[in-house]
Design a protein around this ligand. Structure first.
Ligand SMILES: Cc1cc2nc3c(=O)[nH]c(=O)nc-3n(C[C@H](O)[C@H](O)[C@H](O)COP(=O)(O)O)c2cc1C
Length: 184
């Protein structure tokens, strides 16, 4: 069975991303074509990147890096739950992506983003990063609006049509994740 991590990319106290990630996890759990796990970047307590050797060389020295590598290495595909900060990726998520390398390679990913413009600018940046990490990112994306999918910009109340977008994105992630298994 394909193993898919739903990675929560906000570490902020009071983050709304947690409700989004839980919604993704709940709906994904209704599928029978993959196994899903919620992975919270905050649980790894990362400092700013403190590995002396570039992660692409695979010489991880810190316990938090080894724990992250072991966790991410166990998945075939990823769903990134991504906030938009200053029209870009959250620093916490970029830092977590930078810590390791081989564990990302030749896997698939999709995005669930949120923000005033659906978080699309953050995801456009993330797509550039995916190429360097050798992650195949799918086209379908869930774009949640702070204005219409959250009450008072904080209580998550997604419009019903997002469920269909989520499943379309997951269909693509599972298809590409399965195809890339042969390559790995
Ligand atoms: C540092 C910072 C920068 C932000 N910049 C943007 C932005 O450029 N575009 C946007 O749509 N929302 C922006 N926001 C608003 C966030 O979308 C909103 O705070 C959201 O709750 C962040 O996700 P989180 O609560 O899961 O961390 C910003 C928020 C923060 C904290």
């Amino acid at each position: 069975m394909l193993r898919v991590a739903i990675i929560l990319g906000s570490t902020r106290p009071g983050r709304i991303g947690e409700a989004v990630a839980r919604w993704v996890y709940k709906l994904a759990g209704e599928r029978s074509d993959a196994e899903f796990e919620l992975v919270d970047v905050r649980d790894f307590n990362f400092p700013l990147l403190d590995e002396p050797v570039p992660p692409s060389r695979g010489q991880y020295s810190k316990e938090h890096t080894k724990a992250w590598a072991a966790k991410i290495g166990g998945f075939d595909a990823f769903v990134f739950v991504a906030p938009e900060y200053n029209h870009g990726i959250s620093g916490a998520l970029k830092n977590a992506l930078d810590f390791i390398y081989a564990e990302w390679n030749n896997k698939a990913a999709g995005f669930v983003s949120y923000g005033s413009a659906g978080g699309v600018r953050a995801v456009e940046q993330l797509r550039l990063v995916m190429a360097e990490l050798q992650i195949a990112d799918v086209r379908a994306q869930v774009m949640l609006s702070l204005f219409t999918d959250f009450e008072k910009f904080s209580v998550f109340k997604p419009a019903p049509h997002h469920e269909k977008s989520l499943n379309t994105m997951l269909d693509q992630v599972i298809a590409w994740g399965t195809a890339l298994k042969t390559l790995r």
